[in-house]
Design a protein around this ligand. Structure first.
Ligand code: IVH
Length: 701
């Protein structure tokens, strides 16, 4: 979109200035919606910034032109003395919770609705709108003449707190409603429209925030919900603006005057309408018939729960017809037409029975909480990470405490905090756990790099724990892929002194294996066959399997592609390693250090002597339309799984990276794509959908 360059004129002529300001606001609103809500920007960031700054300058020169919905008001960073109370025009009610997490919860709700509507048994099923129960903070957004004039928390339902200054910093919340572009020409929005919804924090945003805190040695946050709620209630909008928040609309408060033809008849239409006004509405919703449909949605979303980019604590069922909602009405503080059907909680309290120390493949010592087993996030958890000593201390966790365990998404379970055992002031913290000064497995000295947060065993492959992890890593699915070599067996092999080095794996015979406890002749034969099969591999897998620090799967692939032979890689000087895509000084040095150890070169040679082989110069295999290209995958693609898409890209010579940078060639975005897509736009990286990716793979890029 090109704007007439009447900026200079606007400086002098107040009328021209007003017109130009209005035009800029319109344009900036349009692009903010494309960017934050639709995730489909049309304008490079630099251009957006230029227009934004022009508006800022105009408003500075003509303060009377400043409007509350101006996009410049998102970033002013107001600081308040306290949050002002806001009396809700329509009370913000809560919703009845069905705590029976089984299908019975949905059946009970449907039965209640049918009874209260006095429906005969043979009446057709009731139509419901089923949607996610977002785990965040309820917010009321008041729009007057389409402009956001106030944002308030729920408070006690009658009176909440004014948090407009913070909500204005949330990019997904429109400061001004859009004109619906669906044929209702000339129609706008109700004179007063209160939109209700949930402010939340995405899981990846939360994890990244905590990773930053951990790196700085600062306090980590408990969960996305508390972090979002804390941010919304900040007095200083600058603090709130640093917490990446998101928003979903799910209902209405006070509404005065629907434009003709726009008043929705169902809840589903209402949400469509809000989306047409530019508000973010979740696509994971369904209109269903009767209890059966509710049960199905509940089960489908439970299966997808861990894969969603944000936390949900259940499903909300609403009678779809707004007329029937009215007929059903309210029971004191809750509507009769809605219910929350919970999922198993992702946080639980349990007793911390002890703290073990686990030694990882690279020697990192992790304090691991031994818990009274507890059902959390859908499974029974008895171990959870405490990350590192510093974090454990900061949380003030002691053996014997009642602690909060969190398991959400595919993140490993963690202890996020403790609960005070006694009310009143906190006792001084006296730790009852110490990290050992010697490795609990091999007794080598435990060391910590200066300024680092991690303690490590200095024993290297002398350490049985590191050896076990090294073998498990070597045999892993993405490495040498030795089927049947699991942790129980590796324990036996290492503890029994049968396998001391990786090459010794290939000397195992059926007789020796069959002599092990719980090992049948058949399993022994299978393992020997699996080891034999693993010998035919690729250079990339082999390099990854060696377990060089800093060398993950992607780097191993880059190295294999660049050097084409093991000998060239082992002898590569630093400056040549630095030529490899995405290899920086730290990774290059780690590779050098690894191959400078005579022991490691010996292991590599012995493995080769044992019969491990790969085609030389892998990059020469087949056509490689994506050779040298780096792609980032984000969101859910319509037909390809993440794994499949990655495999296809790599087979075509391309590389899949985890984050978007200037070096990214393409971002492939599906549904629910988030911050990576925004980043791509910021950097001007081309964005493709699945069809675009397939065209590239076919060589049509
Ligand atoms: S509807 C009158 N829909 O759950 C009914 N609430 O007590 C108003 N919540 O804290 C609530 N997702 O913020 C509704 N899709 C959804 C929701 C939802 C989350 C929260 C809401 C409130 C609680 C309901």
């Amino acid at each position: 979109m090109v704007l007439p360059d009447n900026a200079r004129m606007a400086e002098q002529d107040p009328l021209a200035a007003a017109a130009r300001a209005a035009q800029l606001r319109e344009t900036l609103h349009h692009h903010a919606h494309r960017y934050y809500v639709l995730d489909a920007p049309e304008l490079p960031d630099a251009e957006y910034d230029r227009l934004f700054q022009e508006l800022q300058a105009l408003e500075a020169a003509h303060p009377d032109l400043l409007t509350p919905d101006s996009p410049t008001q998102r970033v002013i960073g107001r600081v308040l003395d306290g949050l002002a109370p806001v009396r809700h025009a329509v009370p913000m009610l809560s919703i009845q919770t069905e705590t029976d997490t089984s299908a019975a919860g949905a059946l009970a709700f449907d039965a209640r609705v049918r009874r209260e509507l006095a429906l005969p048994e043979d009446a057709p099923p009731v139509e419901y709108a089923a949607e996610l129960k977002f785990d965040g903070l309820a917010i009321n957004l008041r729009y007057a003449a389409g402009v956001l004039v106030q944002a308030a928390t729920r408070g006690d339902g009658e009176t909440g707190e004014d948090v407009t200054h913070n909500v204005q910093t949330i990019g997904q919340v429109p400061l001004r409603l859009q004109r619906p572009q669906d044929g209702l020409q000339g129609q706008t929005w109700p004179a007063v429209l209160e939109v209700r919804g949930e402010v939340y924090m995405r899981r990846d945003d939360f994890e990244a925030l905590n990773a930053r805190q951990r790196d700085k040695g600062e306090k980590t946050y408990i969960n996305p919900r508390n972090t979002a709620a804390g941010a919304v209630r900040q007095l200083d909008a600058k603090v709130a603006a640093q917490r990446p928040l998101s928003f979903f609309a799910y209902g209405l408060g006070d509404v005065q005057g629907w434009p003709e033809g726009q008043e929705p008849a169902t809840h589903a239409q209402l949400l469509d309408r809000l989306a047409a006004y530019g508000l973010p509405v979740s696509q994971d919703r369904r209109v269903v018939q009767g209890a059966e449909g509710l049960v199905q949605f509940h089960a489908d979303m439970l299966a997808r729960r861990d894969a969603l980019p944000f936390d949900i604590d259940g499903i909300v069922y609403k009678v779809n017809s707004l007329a029937l909602q009215k007929q059903l009405g309210f029971k004191t503080r809750e509507p009769r037409w809605a219910v929350a059907h919970k999922y198993p909680a992702q946080e639980q309290l349990t007793l911390l029975r002890g703290i073990d120390v686990q030694v990882g493949r690279t020697g990192k010592l992790t304090p691991v909480a031994k818990l009274e087993p507890v059902f959390v996030g859908g499974t029974t958890v008895s171990n959870a990470t405490l990350h590192n000593l510093f974090e454990l201390r900061r949380k003030g966790v002691r053996v014997g405490d009642t602690v909060i365990v969190r398991r959400a998404g595919d993140v490993i379970p963690e202890v996020v905090g403790r609960v005070a055992t006694q009310p009143g002031p906190r006792q001084p913290y006296v730790p009852n756990f110490r990290l050992p000064q010697q490795c609990p497995v091999c007794a080598s000295a435990v060391v910590r790099e200066r300024g680092g947060m991690d303690h490590r065993c200095s024993g290297g492959l002398f350490c049985a724990a590191q050896r076990k992890q090294a073998i498990l890593h070597f045999a892993g699915r993405r490495a040498m892929d030795v089927e049947g070599l699991g942790d129980k067996l590796v324990d036996q092999l290492v503890d029994g002194g049968i396998v001391r080095t990786l090459p010794e794996l290939y000397t195992l015979g059926v007789a020796k294996l069959a002599a092990l406890e719980r090992m049948a002749d058949k399993s022994a034969a299978n393992l020997v066959a699996a080891l034999e099969k693993s010998k035919a591999t690729t250079l990339a897998r082999f390099v990854y399997a060696l377990g060089i620090r800093q060398v993950g799967e992607a780097t191993a692939k880059d190295l294999a592609r660049h050097f084409g032979s093991l000998d060239r890689l082992m002898d590569a000087p630093l400056d040549e390693l630095l030529q490899v895509n995405d290899v920086g000084p730290i990774v290059a040095q780690a590779i050098r250090t690894f191959f400078e150890q005579p022991h490691n070169r010996e292991v590599a040679e012995q493995l080769r002597a044992a019969g491990i082989h790969w085609p030389e110069h892998e990059a020469a295999l087949g056509p490689q339309p994506l050779l040298g290209k780096t792609l980032v995958l984000t969101g859910t693609l319509p037909t390809l799984s993440r794994e499949d898409a990655k495999a296809l890209v790599e087979a075509a010579g391309g590389k899949v990276a985890g984050s978007v940078s200037k070096k990214t060639d393409y971002v492939v975005a599906g549904e629910e794509a988030g911050s990576k897509l925004a980043k791509a736009q910021e950097l001007g990286v081309p964005v493709l959908d699945e069809a675009g990716l397939k065209a590239l793979l076919a060589g049509g890029g």
